[in-house]
Design a protein around this ligand. Structure first.
Ligand SMILES: C[S@@+](CC[C@H](N)C(=O)[O-])C[C@H]1O[C@@H](n2cnc3c(N)ncnc32)[C@H](O)[C@@H]1O
Length: 364
């Protein structure tokens, strides 16, 4: 029987300066530019522009109404799900108020021409033009370049970079926070989180030496973390129930404010276990403010639908909604986060990438 090998699309679109380690892995450099916080004058008026690599049109805000995900079984239950889903997924909330408020850059067009005045020309003390240079960094990650489907965590996927961009862009939100990452893969997003957070719990299943690989990557990039941050690497299997988590993990989870996960929606069995996990976390973690999920919709054309559909994404939405409306009312809301924050990493921010936020229905 042939074993299907899969390769992350990410590797085809940028040079990551990889060297082979000889054990089937590669060490690649994921370069990024540090967010250049906009300077303001005494009145709070911006005097410069935020940086980032995002000059591509896919950083522009979506203007059209988001296509309602197709529900493949039009039975009564799914119909109700579709309706309630639509109300939470209203395009008006595509740009979260919270994001707009906390980070003014969020809803500008990518050429920054709407809200930013032309930055004043600055001269240095010799009268030469003072060019503001972008501060660059690099994360070195040991990973595989292709794997069997059950070992995809050994590779890096676009969602990890999207989530990393979001964290970098919302530095203030994540500063000194306690963050849990689910399905971390080789740990890139957790390493970025550790640049700002107080505590990062980086989790995945312990398969193919994955947790040791994460530990090595955390160590390799320790110089990037903020010195106050503690990073823990531990197993958290979506298929385990919350009650069976080790005591030590449960104790740490009590402090968690943000849960993040990238690209964990690709197999319906795993999706169901993932949804059960986040529902438990929403119910059990007293300080949890939001869960951020980055994913790629991955459209396919099916003869059955005679249309392009994103089956894994649709399944996730349906299954989550089923759990959400279990007691007749939606306990949580699912928001499509505005995607036009800058790209700090080098990758193709394809249109199918989305960032979802789940939080308590009552939260602002
Ligand atoms: C496509 S990879 C994404 C990895 C990483 N987040 C990224 O974006 O590069 C999917 C991740 O989900 C993890 N995963 C699969 N089944 C899981 C389970 N039952 N519990 C926890 N994580 C799981 C995999 O090990 C893998 O790390």
């Amino acid at each position: 029987m042939s074993v299907l090998e899969v390769t992350s699309e990410l590797y085809a679109e940028a040079e990551f300066c990889s060297t082979d380690t000889g054990n089937g892995n590669a060490i690649s450099k994921f370069t990024f530019v540090y967010p250049n916080r906009r300077e303001t004058d005494a009145n709070g008026t911006p005097t410069g522009q935020p940086n980032g690599m995002d000059k591509r049109t896919n950083g522009l805000p979506e203007t059209g109404k988001e296509k309602t995900p197709s529900i493949k079984d039009p039975d009564e239950e799914s119909f109700i799900e579709e309706q309630s889903y639509e109300s939470d997924y209203d395009d008006d909330s595509v740009c979260e108020e919270e994001e707009i408020e906390s980070e003014n850059e969020c809803c500008q067009t990518s050429d920054q021409s709407v809200a930013s005045p032309v930055p004043p020309i600055k001269l240095d003390k010799d009268g030469d033009l003072d060019v503001e240079r972008q501060r660059k960094g690099a994360i070195e990650i040991e990973h595989r370049k292709s794997t069997r489907l059950d070992l995809v965590g050994l590779q890096i996927w676009r969602g990890a970079l999207l989530l990393a961009d979001y964290i970098m862009h919302n530095e203030r939100k994540f500063k000194n926070a306690h963050i849990l990452e689910l399905g971390s893969g080789v740990g890139l997003t957790s390493i970025v989180a550790s640049m700002y957070a107080r505590e990062v719990i980086c989790t995945d299943i312990d398969i193919g030496g994955l947790l040791d690989l994460i530990r090595g990557n955390v160590q390799r990039n320790a110089h990037l973390s903020n010195p106050h941050c503690r990073v823990h690497v531990t197993e958290l299997d979506f298929k385990a129930s919350y009650q069976d988590y080790p005591r030590e993990l449960k104790d740490k989870l009590q402090h968690v404010q943000y849960v993040v996960a990238a690209d964990v929606i690709y197999d319906d069995d795993i999706t169901e276990a993932f949804v059960r996990t986040i529902v438990s976390l929403l119910l059990e973690l007293p300080k949890l403010k939001a869960i951020y999920i980055a994913l790629e919709k991955r459209y396919v054309f099916t003869l059955e639908d005679m249309d392009s559909v994103a089956p894994c994404y649709d399944y996730f939405l349906r299954y989550f909604q089923k759990r959400n409306s279990r007691f007749g009312v939606n306990r949580w809301k699912l928001i499509n986060v505005c995607m036009n924050f800058p790209r700090y990493f080098d990758y193709d921010k394809v249109k199918d990438l989305v960032l979802l936020k789940i939080c308590h229905a009552s939260s602002k």
